[in-house]
Design a protein. Structure first.
Lengths: 877, 273
């Protein structure tokens, strides 16, 4: 070891002190490049994430905005060729806004190309040379009826329709009307694409006259509807003759299969109760011919209940316009439940028939003004109603044309009066994309409009809306239904559903998760924790669809069967654990210490199982005591009193109140006495004190329960009500299962990162582990624990599959824990397949997404702000 | 360069030359053996700590002085696989008896740690924490205690106007004095200090030492320190420990000037450690 040093000395010896070769101090290029590259990659990535989030938000907003933009005019035009100026009974427009067909008051028909006014040949109806005295059309305008002075009635059909034909088949000698359209005289041809042409033509037919009123008595008003099947059509109609006699009639046609001959039978019944000499303005009847309205010139409505066809009853006589105001125009909205009444004062109101307590009518129904719309400057003279939705158009005597929507009560468009002062007829295009008026100047005035979402305003989405047939305005979500169904799109029930699901699941999850986190971080051996924690985290990895599936198919029936036991377990298990903990305290300390580890842990589980089993066994007793023997019937309000349950709800608070207030007095004295005594007797004394407090609290909360009920704070009808199998309780359990691991893991980490020296300081001051946890560890870790709760909440808000599967998807607005809910996220998942691109529903779902986004954004921002406040306190640790 | 085997370590019996206080012993440690699992950390330590005096525990790192200190208020209970033989008597009462109440015991012992460890609360709440955990809610009592403790720890004048501010905003020295105030707020019988100045600058250290001087007499103080000058300055009795054994225990002056054990001699003169 020492020998080689001597021989090596001469070579390096005296000159060994030459300056060492200095290594280069320059940073290598590769390091600089890597540094720069990393810098840029991170920078771009970060900015990219921010841009992506904002991009998503902007995209959502951009899809949603058209919901609130109402309607706009795409183009306006006035036809150039005159179309005549005689008064018109009606006018209709085809689906493609090509041809307008009108019937004048002599029964003559006119057909004109809309944009130019060019006349199109049309064969006249054969009215037998008579002048009509009354006219009716069905809402579609496809069926017409003429009444005559001799008491006869003639029905007609009119079809203005387009068919697409091959361009090869288009006749050669067409007269051009404008750049798009051409005519052969009787039809209008429009080139759709290179090889397709649309042909719009008119077909009509008139039936033989029928004698309805006594011979020679003129019919002054008529309305009719066609029902029944195509083979056996039933035509119902109501007429009023010149003598003021109203008649409800029905004609049925039967075609003999063998002879091919059609026989028509007519039955009539008289409408009673019309005053002598009534001057009828309009008659209206519903599709099913079960309601008839006769409106007189003064503005009085006679509503007949015609459910019994042979004996119609005058159900209600009512004025639907202000005194001194006449009815300017009246009509049914689609579905024939709502009546739009335009007054000579410019008012526009929508009424519908509702069953009302104390209605002074024979059938218990009453016409109720559901929507008062903005009045027009002058009296209403004409209106037309959409056959697709609740949109309609009204015009006044000054020539203002307003496009409106009944349910949302909004005026979509106010078309200014043109040069010609008034319009003879007003027509809303069948696709709600145009408004046409025949002016007194003999021209057609037209507006191409776009009103894709007339039913949605901020008010209808977030406010109360009175939908047709509903007893009052409310928050409703119902996106689809049968024919003539109006989608009811209020976001409120969905937002409420999200809040409800989140609230109840957090109510279940937070205590368990935080309790578990405090337990494992502060009270158990680290070896136990190293088993428990990964297990809990494993829980989080369960896909929520599995949880939802289990909740819906397994948990829901179990909960339903053992409802009382589960409810009881909520009381029994915590109480039982407290009890066990106290009993443990009573053990002599050598035993308590010796079995403090694993045996205690196992005992806790045993206690859990024992008290779970006890709650199962004792559930009937519990049910008898608190719920009159049957929890579900009790929840319905069918039996029992609410007092015991209310007492149970307020018990924890009363107990805490009594405990804390008595603590100040008792502990100070009592504790002094106890100080000298040993552990077991001190524990026993304390235990007795607990029992005493519990007994006192039980009585006090029962009394408080009675007081609360007497002042109207009954939990039944509020947080508990009728039981439904898929309910919020089940969602709470399942979602709790998803949320607990998240809250647990994050808060456990937060608690664990509290510096050990704080724990030592607290214990060194003589604090117990519980005091240390509550007074030092939890407040110090508050920012992390709060984050945990908020992240859990975020998960609950956005959770979809569990609520889709277990919540029953009923968009309701109640806090009943036994009823279902529909959350925003679940709604998107459920309804997406039904949403047509760019439809109102489609945009609504995007709005739901945006709302979800905003909720999460707000929750996170608030959470972060609060977290920062908590953090500040411990920042210098 | 030569690799020689170290001389076999032999252990003599502890040399005692204790300076007696006027009030008799506060703590009586008898034959204390302590094992961390299979490893023994303390070997038959026996010492009497005199009431009202300052006792310093010195020795090289890992000699077991902090472990011994933590045995006194049973802070070691939380350590896994720890086994203790022997006894520690506080005023004649064995704190390791089966029926001993650890929580009550800790209330009788204030402890100051190596690193200042105020809670993230206001200065006031920090000081009255021991009273809070005892369930004291009387505001007058709390305020009076706070003032007394802060005055005793010579902090009152510095913080009396900002008692509601966070304790974390104080300087390190102030924080340590706050911890002392917290420790004495509960009026303990014994004050245990585990290297209270090791994280402090010289000025703060001087203040703490002054404070210890003032508190001596009122409290029985046991202080663990690495700093031999500090031990010499503040303590009445000094215990020198080495490799888990108590080598020499007695009058500080004797330990630092005429130590009776050669090993103590080596240590206090800086020959090792």
């Amino acid at each position: 070891m020492t020998a080689p040093a001597e021989t090596a000395a001469p070579t390096t010896g005296p000159v060994a002190h030459t300056p060492r070769q200095r290594r280069s101090m320059k940073t290598p290029r590769s390091v600089l490049i890597a540094d720069k590259a990393a810098d840029w990659v991170i920078r771009i990535g970060g900015v990219g994430v921010i841009v992506a989030v904002f991009g998503i938000m902007l995209f959502l907003a951009q899809v949603v905005v058209p919901l609130f933009t109402g309607a706009h005019v795409q183009s306006a035009f006035t036809s150039t060729q005159p179309i005549g100026t005689e008064p018109l009974f009606m006018s209709v427009v085809d689906e493609y806004k090509t041809v307008e067909v009108s019937v004048d008051n002599t029964g003559k028909m006119h057909a004109n190309h809309i944009r130019t006014g060019a006349a199109i040949d049309i064969a006249p109806f054969d009215l037998g040379g008579k002048m009509p005295t009354a006219f009716a059309r069905t809402p579609t305008g496809r069926e017409l009826a003429f009444g005559f002075a001799d008491g006869t009635l003639q029905m007609a059909t009119l079809k203005v329709g387009g068919t697409v034909i091959d361009t090869k088949d288009v006749p050669a000698d067409l007269r051009r009307l404008n750049e798009a359209d051409a005519t052969d005289g009787s039809a209008v041809y429009t080139v759709v694409s290179s090889d397709q042409t649309r042909r719009v033509s008119i077909a009509h037919e008139i039936a033989e006259p029928q004698q309805v009123a006594p011979e020679g008595t003129a019919i002054v008003a008529v309305d009719y509807r066609v029902g029944g099947s195509a083979e056996r059509p039933t035509i119902s109609f109501v007429t009023v003759d010149a003598n003021g006699i109203g008649r409800l009639s029905r004609s049925e046609s039967k075609t003999n299969m063998l002879t091919g001959k059609t026989t028509t039978s007519l039955t009539s019944s008289e409408l009673p109760g019309l005053p002598e000499g009534v001057k009828v303005r309009t008659v209206l009847m519903t599709d099913k011919a079960d309601e008839v309205y006769i409106v007189d010139i003064g503005g009085t409505f006679y509503r007949y209940d015609a459910r019994d066809f042979d004996a119609p009853v005058l159900a209600e006589t009512v004025r639907l316009v202000a005194d001194g105001v006449q009815v300017g125009s009246v009509g049914f909205l689609i579905g024939e439940q709502s009546l739009v009444v335009g007054g000579s004062d410019g008012s526009v109101n929508v009424y519908f028939r509702l069953q009302r307590e104390g209605a002074k009518t024979t059938d218990g129904y009453q016409l109720v003004r559901a929507h008062a719309l903005e009045s027009q400057p002058s009296g209403i003279v004409a209106m037309d109603v959409s056959q697709r939705g609740k949109m309609f158009v009204t015009s006044d005597s000054a020539g203002n044309v307003w496009l409106r929507h009944s349910t949302s009560e909004q005026v979509l468009l106010k078309l200014p009066p043109g040069q010609s002062v008034a319009y003879r007829t007003l027509t809303l295009a069948p696709r709600e994309n145009g408004v046409f008026a025949t002016g007194t100047d003999g021209k057609i005035h037209g507006w191409d409009v776009s009103a894709p979402h007339p039913e949605s305003t901020l008010g209808t989405l977030f406010g109360k809306v009175w939908y047709e047939g509903y007893p009052e305005a409310g928050f409703t979500w119902q996106s689809s239904g049968a024919d003539a169904f109006e989608p009811k799109l209020s976001l409120v029930p969905l937002i409420f559903g999200t809040i409800k699901a989140t609230f109840y699941s957090l109510l279940f999850a937070i205590p368990i998760a935080l309790g578990a986190a405090i337990y494992t971080s502060e009270f158990v051996h680290y070896k136990v924790r190293s088993v428990v924690k990964p297990t809990m985290e494993l829980m989080a990895s369960l896909p929520s669809v599995v949880l939802g599936f289990i909740a819906a198919l397994i948990l829901a029936p179990i909960v339903e069967t053992w409802l009382a036991a589960i409810f009881f377990a909520f009381v029994m298990i915590p109480t039982g654990l407290f009890l066990s903990a106290y009993l443990w305290q009573l053990l002599p300390s050598p035993i308590a210490l010796r079995y403090g580890g694993l045996p205690k842990f196992i005992l806790i589980f045993a206690a859990l199982i024992l008290f779970g089993y006890l709650s199962y066994v004792a559930a009937p007793v519990f049910e008898n005591l608190f719920f009159g023997g049957d929890l579900k019937a009790w929840a319905n309000g069918e039996r029992g009193s609410s007092a015991p349950f209310t007492a149970m709800l307020v018990f924890p608070f009363v107990f805490l109140g009594i405990f804390v207030s008595s603590d100040a007095i008792v502990t100070q004295r009592f504790g002094f006495v106890l100080r000298g005594s040993n552990r077991t007797s001190a524990g026993l004394a304390d235990f007795l004190r607990w029992i005493a407090t519990i007994v006192v609290a039980a009585f006090a909360s029962y009394a408080l329960g009675l007081v609360l009920i007497s002042i109207g704070l009954d939990p039944r009808g509020g947080v508990v009500d009728t039981y439904v199998q898929r309910n919020t309780l089940v969602v709470g359990f399942a979602m709790g299962f998803a949320v607990i691991p998240i809250i647990y893991t994050i808060s456990e980490d937060a608690l664990n990162t509290v510096p050990e020296h704080l724990r030592a300081a607290s214990l060194g001051c003589g604090a117990t582990q519980w005091q240390t946890a509550m007074r030092v560890i939890l407040p110090t870790a508050m920012s992390g624990v709060f984050s945990a709760v908020m992240i859990g909440m975020g998960r609950a808000v956005g959770e979809t599959m569990i609520v889709v599967m277990a919540a029953g998807n009923t968009p309701l607005l109640d806090w009943n824990i036994f009823n279902g809910l529909r959350a925003l996220s679940a709604n998107i998942a459920v309804e997406l397949p039904e949403a047509v691109r760019d439809s109102t529903l489609y945009r609504m779902l995007f709005l739901a997404a945006l709302t979800l986004f905003v909720i999460t954004f707000v929750v996170n921002t608030v959470a972060e702000a609060v977290r920062q406040r908590f953090r500040k306190r411990t920042a210098q640790l | 360069m030569n690799m020689q085997a170290p001389p076999p370590v032999t252990y003599d019996k502890t040399i005692y030359h204790l300076k007696r206080g006027s009030a008799g012993p506060a703590l009586d440690i008898e034959n204390l053996d302590l094992y961390y699992g299979p490893a023994q950390a303390l070997y038959g330590v026996s010492m009497v700590i005199e009431k009202g005096l300052v006792t310093a525990l010195i020795g090289p790192s890992g000699c077991g002085k902090s472990t011994l200190l933590r045995c006194i208020n049973r802070m070691n209970d939380l350590v896994d696989n720890l086994r203790i033989d022997g006894s520690i008597k506080l005023h004649g009462e064995n704190i390791y008896a089966k029926s001993a109440d650890v929580i009550a015991l800790r209330k009788r012992m204030g402890m100051v740690f190596q690193k200042p460890n105020p809670f993230p609360m206001s200065i006031f709440e920090n000081v009255v924490y021991p009273l809070r955990v005892d369930g004291v809610r009387d505001k007058a009592v709390l305020e009076e205690t706070c003032e007394r403790a802060l005055k005793s720890s010579a902090l009152w004048n510095e913080v009396k106007d900002r008692l509601d501010q966070s304790a974390l905003g104080m300087s390190g020295g102030q924080q340590q004095r706050l911890c002392i105030a917290r420790a004495i707020a509960a009026d303990p019988e014994v004050l245990l200090m585990d290297e209270p100045c090791s994280a402090l600058d010289p000025i703060a250290t001087a203040k703490i030492e002054e404070l210890i001087d003032e508190l001596a007499g009122q409290y029985t103080i046991v202080i663990v320190t690495h700093n031999m000058q500090q031990a010499a300055r503040v303590s009445d009795n000094t215990a020198f420990m080495y490799l888990g054994r108590l080598i020499e225990y007695g009058d500080t002056e004797v330990i630092f000037q005429t130590p009776r054990s050669p090993r103590t001699q080596d240590y206090v003169t800086g020959r090792f450690g």
